[in-house]
Design a protein around this ligand. Sequence first.
Ligand code: ADP
Ligand code: MG
Length: 438
Amino acid sequence: MAIPATPNTLLELKHIQQNYTSGTRTFTAVQDVNLKLHEGEFVALLGPSGCGKSTLLRILTGLQTPSEGQIIYRGQRLKGVNPYATIVFQTFALFPWLTVLENVELALKARGVAASLRIPRALDLLDRVGLDGFENAYPRELSGGMRQKVGFARAMAVEPELLCLDEPFSALDVLSAESLRNELMELWTSGKIPTKAILMVSHNIEEAVLMADRIVVMDKEPGRIVAEIKVELPHPRQRHSDAFRAVVDNVYALLAGQTEPEAAELGSEPGQPGRTRALPHVHISDLAGLLEYVSEKPDDQDDIYRLTEELKIDSDRVLSLTETAELLGFATVAKGDIRLTPLGETFAEASILARKEIFAARIRRLPLVRWLMGMLQRADKHTLKWDVVKLALELEFPPEEAEKQLDTLINWGRYAEILAYDDSSEEITLETLTEKAV
Ligand code: ADP
Ligand code: MG
């Protein structure tokens, strides 16, 4: 679909802020988001888990009212649900007692399409998403990929002007995802659907570069837009072309390469002024695996995009791992490449015991670890209950995140042998001091 010379703005988000309150604590999930969507555009929204992508989709479709800011649709301020927009979720809920055809017909009925027109229209839609011949099947008889196609047909039945997709392919197997992506792109680029713009949330960089005209990159804590990239490659795009890879590397660099000065990067201790940096939820064995893998490569360096392909793990996890490697000084990340530091090389080649020592020395620098060690040092018998520490962490993090942070702290601390955790009494103890005391 050609973009007009002066594109019409379909949707505009102005200074959107979303606060969530859990218990006594309010945190900002999305901060000052400004975004325009034009007619004819396919925009991908990319960023780490928890950066507020789904929140933004709910806000712009009117399913949720933001704490602050405005949503302008075709020049009008949006109040309530946006009648021009439809969302397709990761797993589309179909009615199990209705056939494929009836599921689509129902969407047409809800739109007020006359009874006599519904069946031919529904059949046409099913044909377009490649479900010809499955009209009378029930959802349970279909594969995940086919069910998601019914979901698309239903979304299309609504003929939305703005089609919003929230990680629509991430619950599918690789092949179904790929064929559904192609079918959507075929529908979109051929203009066979009346949809004027598509906004797709993804955490898959390659997918975004494959489909979108523009990629909006978000970061978290607080959720905000940090960059925008235009993708000016013609469709259908070639994943293995140099131009494609160059854009992918560029996006990786934006997502993973934000190296801040050390103090800002490490953050402050809980209870102190400044932001406490959350630990990435990473298991040490995975981190060690990544470092070993990269250390086998020429120059102890690798392209992060290639890593996701070779290791068959999703980009979200690779980013958490590279973030951890950077945080601990084991690697540097720049322009979509990860490169081991001399310390990272030493770690990758060290014995298990030596690794534990290096790791212990590195994590003692982290404000969260220092804070926990300090509390344990002051505590009776250098021991604290799990829930007490969790409660203290809730001063900085929402409850669910506080729990994850504590689990990661325990996992890392146990590996480094600087603390012990007793599963039955749920007590955390300072390991080094108990040893000295004996
Ligand atoms: P994403 O889709 O990018 O993973 P979300 O929009 O789902 O992110 O969430 C952004 C942040 O807001 C996360 O930290 C999440 O835990 C939090 N959050 C989302 N919905 C709620 C809610 N209803 N109440 C409290 N916190 C929420
Ligand atoms: Mg989400």
